[in-house]
Design a protein around this ligand. Structure first.
Ligand code: FAD
Length: 562
């Protein structure tokens, strides 16, 4: 069965689960009326179903390739990208002063979700550009904004983010790329960046790179990093792409998945760049882009979970094998174990999507000036990124299982889901690093913002007829949080991942409770499933987290790696 954008599910979540009406009530988002959002989602859904989804397999079978230094994209990708850009899908949240629609991030999240489900490798491209637009909007000079934003927002030009170097992956502070002031307002940028998504394309007139580099007298580590805008073609005095800059794509990586997304090794040889933001404050500016991208990557997990669930459900409804003991279809969908898998896939996909949209709502309210919501968004970001991507991986794997042997055969396309989504747990900060952020920086206030979230969840659950086990688990989360706050940092890091996943389980249960309040039998059944079978995992996860780093060093590094 081909992918279908779940537009009705988005509308349900916005109305009944994440309280999008609080966003559309803000004067800044007055344009985001129910009618406008419904019309946008419906048209974007059509493009996803009809234009993007058929490209997904094309990208997998015919990866992007490097030809005489230029990236040639997979068949049909140029037309798919143009369809997205023409429909405004690439810059939903961008500033109308520069041609954007000025709609909330929550609406952009819905569009990115469906575009990722249709063709993740292609959706990566506008996701990078969206992050760049946001970084330039906040940190670019008026001249840079006037020149670059209209082109990026219209989709005429694309944007990339260049952090990673061979010796500087998770530790961005170790980067060695240099930038030297030329005295004319520009800088000469020299160095090599690796793993750069969409480092080049044949469907945009220009590619604009945001590059982290170090000035000659910069302090060491992450305090000495500056951000530079380095275009592939230097705009001439009319703003049109002019002479080629001193940069090139050296090679493309051969990857497990996401074959349609060119992952480039980039070489900068004294390339002309412009400083974005202040000297040595580049990481702060880049974080604007990375936080946006973290929500986007959470949605990579969600979107693949959706696509995998749709494919598995369709297969299970039509595959006859054995005689189920109950149920009337005679198909594998009525085997109890297949039901367990499909219920789990649906329940996890729902919870991960609700968490991502909830984060988007808090980001929007934070942008509108609500400091409490901004603090809430900061806490939710690492949880949404990790849980969303882990669920994408898990659900894609379950989708293979539902298909039996056919899941392992590439023709069904479900193996591609598992290959494509695997990297989402790695890029935009590995999930381990996300969990460390949650128990480190996000607990720097002594756990105050997290406590506020737990209190709200507990009282919400206590007021719900199905909520008693959820309230009890929120209480266990509070105990686990207090234990974390009291630990040495390395103990926190040792327990960070199970703590984060347990936290996500409680959040997921809250979203299911809200959905069940709609009274729809389907929503209530999924909520019961999640609360009875998945929420209890949180107790085990909190127990693991409580051990901190204890036992992790009982083997010497030599023994462990022998
Ligand atoms: C397909 C793809 C696309 C990408 N796109 C981009 C892009 O567009 N732009 C860009 O700049 N980068 C991009 N990246 C790079 C990506 O962000 C990095 O791969 C990621 O940050 C991890 O860095 P690393 O690969 O060096 O792994 P490492 O940092 O070497 O990590 C290896 C392992 O060690 C763990 N680890 C590392 N440090 C710590 C620590 N302090 N504490 C605990 N655990 C730690 C990690 O969690 C991981 O499990 C991309 C990567 C891929 C594969």
């Amino acid at each position: 069965m081909p992918y279908r954008a779940p537009v009705a599910e988005f509308t349900f979540l916005l109305r009944h689960v994440v309280g999008f009406d609080r966003v559309s009530a803000q004067p800044a988002y007055a344009e985001a009326t129910d009618e406008t959002v419904a019309a946008l989602l419906s048209e974007a859904g059509r493009i996803c179903d009809e234009v993007l989804a058929p490209l997904n397999r094309q990208g997998d079978l015919h990866p992007a390739r490097l030809e005489n230094g230029v990236v040639r994209t997979s068949p049909g990708y140029a037309a798919g990208y143009r369809a997205m850009a023409d429909a405004g899908m690439t810059a939903i949240a961008a500033d109308p002063a520069y041609g954007g629609l000025g709609l909330p991030q929550t609406v952009a999240a819905c569009i990115n979700d469906m575009a990722g489900g249709a063709c993740l490798a292609l959706e990566m491209n506008p996701l990078m550009t969206q992050g760049q637009i946001e970084a330039l909007s906040h940190h670019g000079s008026d001249a840079i904004k006037a020149l670059y934003l209209p082109k990026l927002i219209s989709g005429a030009w694309c944007g990339t983010m260049n952090l990673t170097e061979p010796q500087a992956g998770s530790d961005v502070g170790a980067l060695a790329t240099k930038a030297v002031a030329r005295g004319d307002g520009t800088y000469a940028v020299t160095g090599q960046k690796i793993y750069i998504s969409w480092g080049d394309t044949d469907f945009a007139a220009n590619v604009v790179h945001l590059v982290l580099a170090r000035l000659p007298d910069a302090p060491g580590g992450s305090k000495g990093i500056s951000l530079f805008l380095v275009p592939k073609l230097i705009p001439d005095e009319t703003g049109a792409p002019g002479v080629a800059n001193s940069l090139k794509v050296v090679s493309l990586e051969h990857k497990l998945g996401l074959h349609g997304s060119p992952t480039c090794v980039m070489q900068y040889d004294g390339a002309t760049g412009w400083l974005i933001g202040e000297e040595n404050r580049g990481l702060a500016a880049m974080f604007t882009m990375m936080n946006n991208a973290r929500l986007g990557v959470a949605l990579h997990g969600v979107s693949i979970a959706e696509a995998a669930t749709q494919a598995a459900a369709a297969y299970a409804a039509g595959r006859k094998q054995g005689q189920p003991l109950v149920g009337g279809t005679g198909m594998i969908v009525d085997h109890a174990d297949v039901r367990r898998m499909l219920m789990e896939m649906r329940a996890e996909t729902f919870a991960a999507r609700a968490l991502a949209f909830d984060l988007a709502v808090s980001i929007d309210l934070g942008h509108a000036g609500d400091a409490v919501q901004a603090a809430r968004a900061a806490v939710l970001t690492p949880i949404a990124k990790s849980y969303g991507t882990e669920m994408g991986i898990k659900v894609a794997n379950m989708g293979i299982q539902v298909h039996g042997g056919m899941g392992f055969i590439e023709d069904t396309g479900v193996a591609q889901f598992a290959r494509d989504v695997r990297v989402a747990a790695i890029y935009e900060g590995t999930n381990g690093i996300q969990a460390m952020d949650l128990v480190g920086r996000k607990m720097a206030d002594g756990g105050a913002a997290i406590h506020a979230l737990i209190d709200a969840m507990e009282s919400e659950a206590m007021g719900d007829p199905m909520g008693a086990p959820v309230a009890a688990m929120a209480g266990q989360l509070r105990v686990a949080t207090d234990a974390m706050v009291g630990m040495e940092l390395n103990d926190r890091f040792g327990g960070a991942v199970p703590y984060l996943m347990g936290f996500a389980r409680v959040l997921g249960a809250i979203y299911h409770l809200r959905a069940a309040q709609s009274g729809a039998a389907r929503r209530m059944a999924l909520a019961r499933f999640y609360i009875d079978r998945l929420l209890p995992e949180a107790a085990g996860l909190f127990a693991q987290a409580g051990h901190g780093a204890k036992g992790l060093y009982d083997l010497s590094a030599e023994d462990l790696c022998a």
